[in-house]
Write a protein that binds this ligand. Structure first.
Ligand code: ADP
Length: 259
């Protein structure tokens, strides 16, 4: 706690008053730390593909490009690394735009089923490649008060993760139902699950349970922090339950649309 003591002169010495201002700076300090950690981590994450691009291009120029097979192999790696760099920069920009509130979140009627089906369409090819089945179970026709594009972005991130962290032949179930005056959407997979002692950290920026696996599957480690930001700024809540080896369920709660 920081304190400012401001003396206020009175007519006589006995009249002298003091105003004591107390600020709780723990939250300010915490936010400062989140920001500096973010810059440190982002620079570190960006350095990995940049180092690879530099290394491979130097090796090629040093003579390795004479060998056609090596040339092709290195160029393929360089393409992969630049795609990764692109994804990273996009996610970093998305987070910072969101934080600066450059992209407003609107509140309109959103038919949840339509958002889920359009997400399935988007993910269909990736899921088919891994022979993963995606199902939608909807008990009622549920409409929420939210932002259609943001809901699609949230669902795309969660379904994308479910596809990535589930073995070939797995299943992803999305359920949509009303619960009192709220809408509840769950996204469940029967994939690898998340260890109990790490589950609280997965919404942190750049946190990954398995850095290598996430990296190989194109993950930036920022998806869930973007999701959490979007959900909470749409008056929603997100929770997660998981068992290693059995699977993971993310639950979203949003306000229902009242006509
Ligand atoms: P990433 O780009 O690495 O997927 P996210 O922020 O989307 O980053 O997720 C953070 C981490 O949470 C992932 O690296 C992964 O370890 C874990 N995770 C997220 N979704 C799932 C899931 N459905 N099953 C298992 N682990 C998951």
């Amino acid at each position: 706690v920081d304190a400012n003591v401001v003396p206020i002169a009175g007519k006589t010495k006995e009249d002298m008053n003091l105003i004591v201002l107390l600020y709780d700076i723990t939250e300010i300090r915490r936010l400062e730390k989140v920001r500096t950690d973010f810059v440190t981590n982002a620079s570190h994450e960006l350095r990995t593909p940049i180092t690879a691009l530099k290394g491979f291009s130097e090796t090629l120029l040093d003579g390795a490009m004479e060998d056609k097979v090596i040339l092709k192999q290195f160029l393929e790696i360089m393409l992969e690394e630049s795609t990764r760099l692109n994804l990273l920069v996009n996610d970093i920009l998305e987070l910072s735009k969101l934080e600066q509130r450059q992209v407003p979140i609107s509140f309109e009627e959103v038919v949840v089923k339509e958002a889920v089906l359009s997400t399935f369409k988007l993910m269909n090819q990736k899921a088919e490649q891994k022979k993963i089945t995606m199902n939608l179970f909807e008990e009622d026709s549920v409409k929420i008060e939210g932002d259609k594009n943001r809901l699609k972005q949230i669902l795309a991130n969660l379904v994308d993760n479910a596809v990535i962290y589930t073995k070939p032949g797995g299943t992803i179930d999305v359920t949509v139902k009303k619960n009192k005056n709220k809408a509840m959407i769950t996204i469940s997979d029967n994939g690898m699950g998340i260890p109990e002692d790490e589950i609280n950290r997965i919404f942190e920026r750049f946190y990954r349970v398995d850095k290598g696996r996430s990296r190989n599957s194109g993950g930036t480690g920022l998806g869930l922090s973007i999701v959490k930001y979007l959900v909470e700024n749409s008056n929603g809540k997100i929770t997660v339950e998981s068992k290693v080896g059995l699977g993971t369920t993310f639950a979203l709660i949003f306000p229902l649309r009242h006509l």
